[in-house]
Design a protein around this ligand. Sequence first.
Ligand code: PLP
Ligand code: ZN
Length: 375
Amino acid sequence: MASLVCADCRREYSCGEKIWKCSCGGLLNIEFQPLFPIDKIRSRKSNLWRYREAIPLTEDRNIVSFDEGFTPLLRVEISGRPVWLKQDHLFPTGSYKDRGASVLISKAKELGVETVVEDSSGNAGCAIAAYCAKAEISCEIFVPADTSPGKLAQIQMSGASLNKVPGSREDTARAVLHAAETNYYASHSWNPFFFHGTKTFAFEICEQLGWKAPDTVIVPVGNGTLLLGAFIGFRELLQAGIIGIVPKIVGVQSVHCAPLSQAFRQGMKTVPPILKQDTLAEGIAIAEPIRGPQILRAVENSGGAFLEVEEEEIKEALIELARKGFYVEPTAAATIAAIPKYLSQLKRDETIVSVLTGHGLKSTEKMLKILAEHH
Ligand SMILES: Cc1ncc(COP(=O)(O)O)c(C=O)c1O
Ligand SMILES: [Zn+2]
């Protein structure tokens, strides 16, 4: 049986409770025993629910799914070296957030939830809105007012009500808390079920590499839903004896908003809030990551690191990717911009996996601006 356990006071709750944080205010994690029946998994449909016994949902009938996941893992040459790129921009709503939304909204359905609220820099809102539409759960999404118009349209087209909050991403996070008092908070950073969806990223990579872990995984990090999901997933595979070591996890931030990278460099265990500057990489522009200490520990335990990328490097990577046919949003390009930096300090050959996290069609206005600058 799965249970919710507070990261601060260790208080335990049943997974049947409609809660998203501990009564002490602490973050909740899920404790349960995942299983990996490999022969069965191999014979199932190629979506993320093939790892059913590793997903903490009680009844199959509550699964809310578009057959998402098991995205292609492509070998691409970067700086003359082969790197595996997970094509997570090809999810139904155009970002990897569908991994978390499918599991979290399935759990909401299992709990009999009728309305959810969520705050997002855009993509998580798009994902939660679409899965709520499928589950017939009503949903209100809070976003910063300056979020990409494509994402705002996508959220509204799903039938969600949209609440545009003036100011920063942090102002949006504060605005939702009031609504979260009376509605189920489908938060991708607070709610632990989201991470038990994003962890399927690790399962798929291992399976696609022949049930082997890569040496290094390079992922973008703002609130850490992919980074922590990857860490949880690889650790579960390790505990099940399927892999021998958790890969090094490398988190990528924008120089304009790098609170985790800065804290890590200074050997800190917590993450002081920073003053951020505007960045093209809106998806990782998180100045106060809620699970900051947990992210620092995950990167440290994996033997990984943080890398920072400049605006100009993001733009160049975006254009270079698009010229190769990979049309992704700037936040996804930021991750790829960090790969040459990682390769240049590498001392031996490694199997490296990275990811394209969001589709380019979400950011048409940014693309038009870049095109105008280049002509
Ligand atoms: C395209 C894209 N990549 C990466 C991220 C980073 O995710 P997180 O903030 O959970 O670390 C986001 C978050 O919104 C995103 O939209
Ligand atoms: Zn607690």
